[in-house]
Ligand binder design. Structure first.
Ligand code: FES
Ligand code: FES
Length: 133
């Protein structure tokens, strides 16, 4: 049912943890199942994401997609990170079973929520970023 990459990121998730005094923190919940994800971003003065950590209280697919999402945002600019969608995360994992697609939304939403927090803290506007619900 799960691809090798999903199993790998589930059993050995990358970048699990917290960042103290993170530039931006985003916490999102999945309305469909109640699972929760928190993403921490460390962004330098040039707008590059230097570090990222996450915590997910959720199913295996949520853990795997968070893990892959952190790998995708690391080293990216804020603008590039904004372009990462749940689709790109799923593609990077070689796909998810249809019933697990909603799990991948958490990762995208958590990135956006953390970026929003960063923008608010620094009083900047990130083009194309919408306020998280
Ligand atoms: Fe049980 Fe997501 S609802 S793991
Ligand atoms: Fe809800 Fe996976 S079952 S996030």
């Amino acid at each position: 049912m799960y691809t090798e990459k999903v199993m790998d990121h589930f059993s050995n998730p990358r970048n699990v943890g917290e960042i103290e005094n993170a530039s931006g923190v985003g916490t999102v919940g999945n309305a469909k199942c109640g699972d929760i994800m928190r993403m921490y971003l460390d962004i330098d003065e040039t707008g590059v994401i230097q570090d990222v950590k996450f915590k997910t209280f959720g199913c295996g697919a949520a853990v795997a997609t968070s893990s892959m999402a952190t790998e995708l945002v690391k080293g990216k600019t804020v603008e590039e990170a904004l372009k990462i969608t749940n689709k790109s995360v799923m593609e990077a994992l070689d796909g998810l079973p249809p019933v697990k697609v909603h799990c991948s939304l958490l990762a995208e939403e958590a990135i956006h929520a953390a970026l929003w927090d960063y923008a608010e803290k620094n009083n900047i506007k990130i083009e194309g970023l919408e306020k998280p619900k």
